[in-house]
Design a protein around this ligand. Structure first.
Ligand SMILES: Cc1cc2nc3c(=O)[nH]c(=O)nc-3n(C[C@H](O)[C@H](O)[C@H](O)COP(=O)(O)OP(=O)(O)OC[C@H]3O[C@@H](n4cnc5c(N)ncnc54)[C@H](O)[C@@H]3O)c2cc1C
Length: 401
């Protein structure tokens, strides 16, 4: 006979992306009991890392963090060192031109051309209008950002490592490999319960993010099905013997049908720097979703095609060869901010939402709320050599919570 375990927490968090971890830490530092649940086995959501061959902590994704000084300042304090400026800066390549990554007019213009080719005239006019609008904003008004693009010296693994240290020192419980499909909110909206495959978890507050896979929220006499778009992000990490034809960290390519983004994940990875040989590169390439089946059909041939395309786009010098490759599909639902607002308006305080569509914006938006987390990070760094599980108590005492 099976018994379903029943447990109660002040707050449960669905997903373990960096923003969710930071919010969970802050909640825990306010003295609440916190549980994080993730259907995947690793921490970090879209920012997870993996062991590929003999290389550890490899980023599976072409990552950048939007350039808000406030977000970078927060990350610097969290990690405990300054974020180097990316040199060269992330950019968008379209035909033979390169544009600043934040400029949206080239992207819109490339969609105009695509629509003309596909004879989608209505869509063509909408993108044409948008490209003129963005061109006006970006070139004539020179939209200014308050910082150049920066990125942790050891990539997103450095950020995940810092968060892992904080989680280890906190009282937060984490369950991996379990999905939450539905939650039930009580009539008074002050409590709820979620059923996982193995247990029933009662909560006072459930926190969800933009990319949650939660399907339904049940409320007396009404069920709300969350409106989401599911996107799939398909990546191939290529271990290449060859040389770059031009320096780049992160590049978006608008006029190639085999890949849309490429980033040099070996550059910021200590393990690759240690074990990789001279003239070897580790590149993460994002491919369009319709190529996934071709990739699955013959991975070796497809990775060779990608190498040729990288050479054709003058990102790599001709004559390289692929030493190894790993492919990964990350399917993720996505809810826009309006849908999140709708849910929060309907179910607050039982359900709280975090707007996490992009990391840089989320860090800048929520940084002010996470000051206790920074204090905790600081304490841990100070006492690293004798960091024990009672560190959180010391921080709590320090903060008079
Ligand atoms: C491959 C990829 C690359 C990206 N690169 C960038 C980038 O470079 N810069 C940037 O700013 N943004 C990037 N993003 C956007 C990214 O979505 C956000 O930066 C941020 O990670 C979103 O956080 P999130 O918690 O909403 O979702 P995610 O990061 O996707 O994390 C959600 C986590 O919750 C788990 N989960 C979801 N639903 C459930 C459920 N019902 N039950 C249990 N577990 C669940 C998932 O397994 C996952 O681990 C990228 C996204 C992807 C997919």
């Amino acid at each position: 006979m099976f018994f379903r375990e029943m447990r109660t927490f002040d707050a449960i968090f669905i997903g373990t992306s960096p923003v969710m971890i930071l919010e969970a830490l802050q909640t825990s530092l306010e003295g609440k009991s916190v549980l994080m649940i993730d259907r995947r086995d690793s921490l970090g959501g879209a920012w997870h890392t993996a062991v590929l061959g003999s290389f550890k902590g490899i980023e599976i994704g072409c990552h950048y963090i939007k350039r808000y000084r406030k977000g970078y300042a927060f990350l610097e304090e969290l990690i405990g060192r300054t974020l180097p400026v990316m040199d060269p800066q992330p950019c968008v390549q379209f035909w033979k031109c390169q544009f600043d990554h934040a400029q949206r007019s080239p992207a819109e213009f490339s969609l105009c051309i695509k629509n003309i080719r596909e004879r989608k005239y209505r869509s063509f006019f909408s993108h044409l209008f948008r490209s003129i609008h963005f061109f006006w904003q970006e070139y004539l008004y020179k939209k200014q950002w308050d910082s150049p693009f920066c990125y942790p010296k050891e990539g997103c693994a450095e950020m995940i490592k810092a968060l892992q240290r904080l989680l280890d020192a906190s009282s937060i419980e984490i369950i991996h490999g379990r999905s939450v499909h539905e939650i039930y909110v009580e009539k008074n909206k002050k409590n709820g319960v979620c059923h996982t495959d193995q247990d029933d978890i009662f909560f006072r507050e459930c926190v969800i993010s933009s990319c949650t896979n939660l399907q339904t929220i049940h409320y007396p006499k009404k069920n709300i099905v969350l409106e989401k778009i599911v996107r799939s992000y398909d990546h191939v990490v290529l271990h290449i013997h060859g040389k770059k034809a031009q320096p780049f960290h992160y590049m978006e390519v608008r006029d190639n049908r085999y890949f849309s983004r490429v980033s040099d994940v070996g550059f910021c990875n200590p393990s690759f720097k240690k074990h990789g040989k001279k003239n070897e590169l580790l590149l993460c390439v994002q491919i369009p979703a319709n190529h996934w089946s071709k990739l699955q059909h013959n991975e070796k041939a497809f990775s060779d095609i990608l190498l040729i395309q990288l050479e054709k786009k003058k990102l790599l010098q001709p004559g390289g060869n692929v030493l190894a490759y790993w492919s990964n599909r990350y399917e993720t639902p996505f809810m826009d901010d309006h849908e999140l607002d709708r849910i929060e308006k309907e179910f607050y305080p039982a359900i709280r939402t975090m707007k996490t569509t992009d990391m840089g914006t989320a860090l800048a938006r929520y940084a002010d709320q996470w000051s206790s987390v920074l204090l905790m990070a600081h304490c841990i760094r100070q006492q690293e050599h004798r960091c024990t599980s009672d560190i959180e108590k010391r921080v709590l005492t320090l903060m008079n919570i």
